[in-house]
Design a protein around this ligand. Structure first.
Ligand SMILES: C[S@@+](CC[C@H](N)C(=O)[O-])C[C@H]1O[C@@H](n2cnc3c(N)ncnc32)[C@H](O)[C@@H]1O
Length: 273
């Protein structure tokens, strides 16, 4: 190892590296994510927008907006939409879906928006256990009577995608596997995260979402596009990854109805105090 490898990076440089790296991973198969994976969250998008009363004239920001499907729904409800994601490739698709939106590539821990400028901020599976700084930033950009809504994975026993997560943890280097597990624990800690970052929890529940694919090959292609797959693909190569995922998906395939995998997402709404 060279001396340079031991040189500590300044904090800001390390943080920039982290979000740029996350965006590169999530954007590696951007069109597959947008068109084969992202629609699974539609029931959660609608439920949260209803719970938050999002409608005509709402100034809305979607954090970690991915390829912008949720933002496009918010626009159809009459909201004025902004979105932020670490992936430039996903933001390109969000802009194509909603040409009138204000979409930016950036870091949710350092939001490039003014104080007090949004009525509603959402994040669909974008803010996780350990992301307190993103909640503090959310608090800063929300108006005093604004609202936050977010979703996260529900309990493991209601997670149809668990065999996928188990396989990618098995294929990934150990450090990535443990961070994937920590992300899955958000439901246990979300109330405490919100309270210590200046929010009062209002409502909370779960919503069932379903990944639907016509065949095993399409399912594997979709699953390969999710960010947590990237460390596994880098570790074993794309072909071995696809073979392993093929085995995971095969028992979930029915020739008449294709691949249908249901999971619960947790959802929560909160107000700044
Ligand atoms: C699970 S995806 C959710 C995407 C979208 N909200 C959806 O529901 O499909 C997580 C997203 O978080 C983004 N992301 C990860 N780290 C980020 C960061 N520090 N700042 C902004 N976005 C980030 C990724 O690029 C990815 O699009």
């Amino acid at each position: 190892m060279t001396e340079q490898m031991f040189t500590e990076q300044p904090d800001s440089e390390a943080r920039r590296h982290a979000w740029v790296e996350a965006g590169t991973g999530w954007g590696a198969r951007a069109t597959q994510w947008a068109y084969l994976f992202e629609p699974y969250a539609l029931p959660a998008n609608h439920l949260l927008f209803d719970a938050l009363g999002l409608g005509e004239g709402t100034a809305h920001l979607d954090i970690a907006c991915g390829s912008g499907l949720a933002a496009s729904l918010a626009t159809r409800r009459g909201a004025s939409v902004s979105g932020l994601d670490a992936s430039a490739n996903l933001i390109d698709i969000a802009r194509a879906r909603t040409p009138g939106g204000d979409f930016r590539v950036g870091d949710m821990f350092d939001l490039p928006f003014e104080d007090d400028c949004f009525d509603v901020v959402t994040s669909f599976n974008g803010i996780w256990n350990g992301c307190d700084e993103a909640l503090r930033e959310t608090h800063r950009v929300l108006t005093a009577d604004g609202q936050l809504g977010m979703t996260y994975w529900g309990p493991f026993e209601r997670m149809g995608l668990l065999p996928y997560f188990a396989k990618i943890i098995e294929l990934s280097p150990e450090s990535h596997g443990s961070s994937t597990i920590e992300l899955g624990e958000t439901g246990d800690v979300v109330n405490a995260m919100l309270e210590r970052t200046g929010f009062e929890v209002q409502r909370r529940g779960t919503v069932e979402v379903t990944n639907e694919w016509p065949d095993i090959e399409t399912a594997v292609c979709a699953l390969a596009s999710a960010g947590p797959s990237i460390p596994a693909i880098e570790a074993v190569g794309y072909d071995v990854f696809c073979e392993a995922l093929h085995d995971v998906v095969t028992p979930l395939h029915n020739p008449g109805t294709g691949v249908r995998i249901s999971s619960d997402l947790g959802w929560i709404t909160a107000r700044p105090v």
